[in-house]
Design a protein around this ligand. Sequence first.
Ligand code: AMP
Ligand code: GLY
Length: 417
Amino acid sequence: MKVLVIGGGAREHALCRSLSLDPDVSALYCAPGNAGIAEVAELRPVDALDGEAVAALATELGAGLVVVGPEAPLVAGVADAVRAAGIPVFGPSAEAAQLEGSKAFAKDVMAAAGVPTARSYVCTTPEEVDAALDAFGAPYVVKDDGLAAGKGVVVTEDLEAARAHALACDRVVIEEYLDGPEVSLFAITDGVTVVPLQPAQDFKRALDDDQGPNTGGMGAYSPLPWADPKLVDEVMELVLQPTVDELRRRGTPFSGLLYAGLAITGRGTRVIEFNARFGDPETQVVLARLRTPLAGVLLNAAKGTLADEPPLVWHEDAAVTVVIASHNYPDTPRTGDPIEGLAEVAAKDAPDAYVLHAGTRREGDAVVSAGGRVLSVTATGSDLAQAREKAYTAVGRIRLDGSQHRTDIAAKAAGLR
Ligand code: AMP
Ligand code: GLY
């Protein structure tokens, strides 16, 4: 099977890495990709937001499966265009992707499906904003209704900061604060059958000890030794299956990757948000642990035959990924800095540790930074402590001027603090 992956971050590098190891994949393409993905897939230029262009590329390549990585192409209808060209595609329709594209839509689906989530108000005027902030009290949670790459959410004790963020958005969701650890649980679905993956935890804040601004994610690990062993079954029953059923009932079935961002609160598990695609950087650790070849599972989801898929098989190993970000991220990052040490990691730390590229490009013989999150250094080990040690050893070999990374990824879960 020939597979085309759309996107160019570390999530897509992780997807391409797994697909490149799958014996059923005869040719692998990625558009637009990045400098790291170029080592496992053939890169093609494309405007990832242009459905017709993606469909034409898939047709030209003879792709038997297209995998759409990021949310923006999904919300723009890229999966619809590929599907209309008769090519199986892993990723939801534009309508179903509204589950991520609009927080208000997601809240409506959850209410209809009886899915536990934070109580919330959708506000469009300053009066509504003030009433909602007053109703919930501090800490305030204010979310831009539309797509904002994980940066449209402000959680603050400061009423003026909450109000200022709300007034800067056209439409906001203001909601109850959820206390408790966060879990990312992904499920693959064809719109009927739902297959959960292993849970992971993401580190959203820029700095150690969960300080600093929200980012797209600074690291992740899996499994979660502290979580209730029944968590996955519980979320399947309370969240994932009812949501998939509700979207099908509405005539907009969701096929692809349903990502539940959860808070484990004292009053039970609550959905913080849904995403309509694999999470980044959680995918890096979840796929590191998946033994089942990936292409067949994604193809079954794309074709509506997921019920035929045998149960997924997982490695016992733990996995940790540490994101190396550019100077100034999550504000406008500095780019164009050379990255050194990649060959050293490949020579000394492989196969247990490896570098997945996020924002990189090749400039002559050099690989240079080209985005906010630059690399996702990933490692596996017999437990989290070992995986973490290997990941940080590899991080230590990378040199990128002005770069930043968190030093506490998976530390608490590994029992180190
Ligand atoms: P979201 O884009 O909805 O995932 O929000 C980004 C981050 O903001 C989440 O990962 C949480 O850390 C935080 N957050 C979002 N909603 C809430 C909430 N209701 N209570 C507490 N923290 C929240
Ligand atoms: N890691 C958070 C996200 O992918 O949205």
